[in-house]
Design a protein around this ligand. Sequence first.
Ligand code: GLC
Ligand code: CA
Length: 564
Amino acid sequence: MPKKKWWKESVVYQIYPRSFKDSNGDGTGDLKGIISKLDYLHYLGVNVLWLCPVYHSPNVDNGYDISDYRGIMDEMGTMADWEELRDGLHSRDMKLVMDLVVNHTSDQHRWFQESRSSKDSPYRSYYIWRPGKDGKEPNNWSSEFGGSAWEFDALTGEYYLHVFSKNQPDLNWENKTVRYEIYDMMRWWLDKGVDGFRMDVINMIAKHPDLPDAPSVDSSPYQWGGQFFINGPRLRYYLREMYVKVLSKYDIMTVGETRWVDADMARIFVDEYRHELNMLFHFELLELDYGPSGKWEKKAWELSDFKRILSDWQKKLADSGWNSLFLSNHDHPRMVSRFGNDSTYRVESAKMLATLLHTLQGTPYIYQGEEIGMTNVRFPCIEHYRDIETLNMYEEGLKNSKDLKELTEVICEKGRDNARTPMQWNDSSQAGFTEGTPWISVNPNYQEINVEQAQQDQNSILHYYRKLIDLRRRYPLFVYGDYRLILHKHTRIYSYLRHWEEETLLVILNFFEESAVFTLPERVTFKNGRLLIANYSDINEKIVAEDLNELSLRPYEARVYLLD
Ligand code: GLC
Ligand code: CA
């Protein structure tokens, strides 16, 4: 039975600060902008805010390239603003979780500047330097953002490793001084009142000590070396050490971003007695529409896979551990465009997906704009795109004379900028995000899809989220109840039971725009059922149990019943 914790009972709201709210008209969202929206977040009902990086950064990767861990970048404001944000949250009984990016720094970080200055610098081994091999890179690894994962630095005649862009050199975690610097920095923020960390690519910090070549799967000179830089042999040791030196001393929450981790491995990371991390962001669901060559190849996702993966995680983390529940963040397309229907059934499907995320066992994470059903964007040309990953891919595609139309199509569907267009506050110019020119264009649909509109419409997605969050607060069953999948083989419906003490919850979700028939399995017996929430507003609040034996569901219909 799960142990009670504040972060299990929380709903987290993720803010991508550049795109949330601009307070001074320079076109970039900032801390003062966030502060001006705290009442809105409170009204929504969330109780934890996860803030993507706001530290000093040249912004090659929008803050995921940090040049000073202990300062706030000018565009975002000042440390005084950050303190005001922290206090504003705490006074509303809300918590603040910060992004922790310690697999790499910016190449502008003082450590790296020192490190590259000479082979004898005490900072040299803060990073991963190697001489070339036969006039080429030390190994054949590709960077996650394209090209080689190694950059030659003429100053000392060696290469440094960067799993992401060349401006994001990887830290050398084998060096104890590096680890202790990081623990020190973490304690510094925790002492300033931070309530937890979202740990960026945390299972990449331990590399295979030999840095071996990756096996070649195609003819390109660079190959994905994930098996040698993800879940490396010393990872457990580092996480354990971090727990002992830092995490164990505070009542905080931690969530690790871990690509390439399945539910069996996850059990080890989040086991409550091992004390590594509280939750993980895994990629199994999000990679369902990746083709064999990866993210940029389109593939249709299947409901059967969706159910299988979620059920696996629900079951395997049920006894010891905890799930994070999310379908979107700043690195992925908008959830309603990807797993729902962002045209005719935008409202219905966004509510259906929200129902899923708030009725499973785990902690829900809402990505900004999801609560009003923001959609992917279709920019007219490449000049509108800002993301380094997308731009690198496009350039490489052009070099390899890929079809321009296909490239643009896949960017529209898969690019990270889909999630990064400005938050849509109202129907005034630039969606009320800025008085100036936004750093990335607003989605033209802001005139219909915006917070102000949603607040006025009692049937909006926003009000539905508020209701879901409220239900989680009122019923421990939503949070702690166990999970049992029913109708395993149904091709349109995802349905499950949750059970806690004397209460049982029945969740029924039609994942498609075709109607579907729900029939209660014979082994499920109960006397009465009461509808707690549904995404079609016309159904009676008090439908009785007998009706549940056979239900006809409309497109994307979602219903949640309390059974007794
Ligand atoms: C994570 C972040 C992503 C970033 C990358 C490198 O995946 O979520 O935005 O580009 O790490 O830090
Ligand atoms: Ca600003």
